[in-house]
Ligand binder design. Sequence first.
Ligand code: T1G
Length: 707
Amino acid sequence: MSFIRTEDRDGVRVITLDNPPVNSLSFALSGELVPIVEAADKDDSVKAVVFVGANGIFSAGADVNDFSTEPTPETRTIRDVIATVERSNKIFVAAIQKNALGGGLELSLACDYRVATADTKVGLPEIKLGLLPGAGGTQRLPRLIGAQDALDMMLKGKNVKAADAKEKGILDEVVDSADALLDAALALALRQAKGDTGGGKRRISRRKVELGKGITAQAAPFIVSQAHKMVPAEDAGGFAAHKLIDAVEAAFELPFDFGIAREARLFEELARSAPSFALRHVFFAERELAKIPGLGDAKPHDIKRAGVIGAGTMGTGIAITFAQAGIPVAVIDSNADAVEKARQTVFGMFMYQVQKGRMTQEEAWKLGQSIQFTDDYNELADADVVIEAVFESMDVKKQVFAKLDAIVKPEGILASNTSTLDIDEMASVTKRPDKFVGLHFFVPANIMPLLEIVRGKDTSAQTLATAFKLGKALRKTAVLSTNAFGFIGNRMVFDYAKAAGALAEEGISPMRIDRVAKKFGFPMGPFAMGDLSGIDVAWHIAKARPDVAKGRTDVIDRLVEMKRLGQKTMAGYFKYDKSVGKGREPIADPEIEALFAEEAKKHGVAPREVSDEEILQRLVFALINRGAYLLEEGVALRPGDIDIVYIFGYGFPPHHGGPMWYADEVGVKHVYDKVVEFGWEPAPLLKKIAEANGTFAALKQGELVNA
Ligand code: T1G
């Protein structure tokens, strides 16, 4: 298969990259491209070269699949293409549409000029894969825009819009449309080939590294040491960041070619590092989510109008999410105070975006207008989807759905935002169980990226396909769950919380347990998380399903009796003080440690010494064991789905790849042995994989689970 097309236009060789869907610069494409660039360089009839991408995009960068294959001496990579461009004395122009990311941007930086369409975003996002820009980006970008800005852009892995990229000097021209792009690039190439505008050959490699506006060279060491201080420690997710800073330091200190060699060595070290393997797993797992067996050619409906029942925190957040996706939404609530509060929240949210310069006043006003508040259900007659977000009571929800079923057009989808209740039971009061689905948003719904799509026993393939299409439109990371108590994330967090409670009953302070979890990479520990979500919420769930969520003592009951419900009452597992961290900073409370000891004694739980290592194992292996159950129960489709849920919804450190990936990292047999040692009931699947010395990753190919 050919990945490259060439065409000569008035002495300019147009080289088109064509590797659908995103023109990833694979080893195969690079192998084809090197001789083509060499031929263009040697051909006297060629005055200049223009690179352009097919498939509506320039390039998404190197092919991430290639990093796990060992290159042979014959392998050509994007680095070889770039070195070939660098050696040529011809004028090279990159004509960029939509995206030039990673190696795609690095290829364009080896060119003398860059032209892009106005909708283009450029970036070096390699850090998100636990890598650094390994095709010259760490050496050229600092020479082009200054070290300070280059470090900021590469360490955040953020994409830059065309207008900003032009202002930074990354782009030379921006054109309004894709139709104008190639002509603009050809004209620029010819002008520069003639050399009559003074620009001519412009190798970035020949420039000196500027540190940044008004920063003198003597400050270089300071910039480097500051940058190292600003990123996480190497074993806490910052491994690639520190190596990237080392590569940029080489750009200051070494001649260009030496800097390139240093960058290549650091890249190879990262490509083989555990955090990078984990982050590349997350990259692909996220893109697997919507690939649901049996969905095949189900045609999703368009969602043009939406409805939300309930103007509480969840309902308002969901409504904002729809508005931000450009989908008009009607929010139904009979409680005037709730509606007023929701209006204020929406108004405040959009004004915040205006203050942050993320949107204009007019855009904010229009978005605000796209959310209609009313108490009249009949406004929903023409809605394509209606999401219920009322109190977590099955009776209340059933009343809502019976009413909706009589009003919403027959093809309208009815959905519940419930976090644990039975989707099928709700569907049973409607005449449309095939169009009934769970859409579990995470609070705050307009911020949290995770969405659990819950399939009822009668949910049709078309409804499911529509739900996934809606998830993408809402810019959510949507994961399929079947209809089981707590779905995926919450079902796992019950075990995680129980493991944390058990440790505290054995005399380990909640503060120490949280500290171990945070050292592993969680943004907050289990007790701070419990205080944030509310002790009363945990209490309700433990009452509804003691088999699933009740610990071995009555600490939660005691806390509720003491009205210590968490952050919202300034006391829960921890104390909170408005003058400390704006009342959100957990403060250890000896009274609670005494409560745990008292409850432990009452229930015959003996205190014991526990190492930090065991604390972490009991927290994380509880997640893994439950995840294994969810896989064999068919609640979760793939191990990677569970990883995505726990990373995006519960803050599992992405550089450990998610709970199931982490099990493979530490060894499933080791996890199994520890689960047995802790006295837990190991999931049969965990046992099966452990005995086969297998991995959860292998399950993706359907192995082991059928063993
Ligand atoms: N390699 C391989 N496959 C890729 C890919 C890549 N770089 N980017 C996307 N895909 C696949 C993806 O798996 C999916 O496959 C399909 O393309 C559509 O992707 C040397 C080392 C470009 C903004 O990190 O940000 O260059 O599911 O669903 O929402 O220094 O893809 O169809 O089978 O995301 O329209 C650095 C990653 C690489 C950019 C488009 N580049 N990609 O978003 O589509 S490392 C990146 C993206 C590198 C050099 C270094 C996005 C996108 P499938 P999608 P999208």
